[in-house]
Design a protein around this ligand. Structure first.
Ligand code: DQA
Length: 145
């Protein structure tokens, strides 16, 4: 089973970016934990981060034919991107949306996701752990069909 992990804009700054909101883990540290969990679950993982909407769309499109599932933290594009929503629907690969923070406990503009209604599931509010819970959920979803 193959899973593509997508990180949206500004997540490359994790570790130093608003640690009170996003925690102290760097993106590398989160990916190391994800790769270790993927190994336990027998899943092949590819990870991709970009600050550019079009690059994220391109990477999602390239996943067609390889990825069985996508784990995505769309970051700010969660709340704005019709293009990411359309890309995910176009490739028709099941996806799980994750957020480090609980977006519902934050500004109202973060309360809307343009992806969540089409996600297999959404995990938020647990910091780096959201990614690990999201991966477990995605794999269980894919295995049970
Ligand atoms: C985020 C929440 C978004 O609202 C924000 O724009 C991010 C990170 C999270 O993981 O909590 O960049 O997706």
């Amino acid at each position: 089973m193959n899973v593509l992990v997508i990180h949206g804009p500004n997540l490359n700054l994790l570790g130093t970016r608003e640690p009170g909101t996003y925690g102290a883990d760097t993106l590398d540290a989160i990916e190391t934990r994800l790769r270790s969990l993927a190994g336990e679950l027998g899943v092949a993982l590819e990870c991709f981060q970009s600050n550019h909407e079009g690059a994220l769309v391109d990477r999602i499109q390239q996943a067609r034919g390889w990825a069985d599932g996508i784990l995505i933290n769309p970051a700010a594009y969660t709340h704005t991107s019709v293009a990411l929503r359309d890309a995910l629907l176009a490739v028709a690969v099941p996806f799980v949306e994750v957020h480090l923070s609980n977006v519902y406990a934050r500004e109202p503009f973060r309360h809307r996701s343009l992806l969540a209604d089409r996600a297999a599931g959404v995990v938020m509010g647990f910091g780096a752990e959201s990614y690990l819970l999201g991966l477990r959920g995605l794999v269980a979803h894919l295995r049970t069909g």
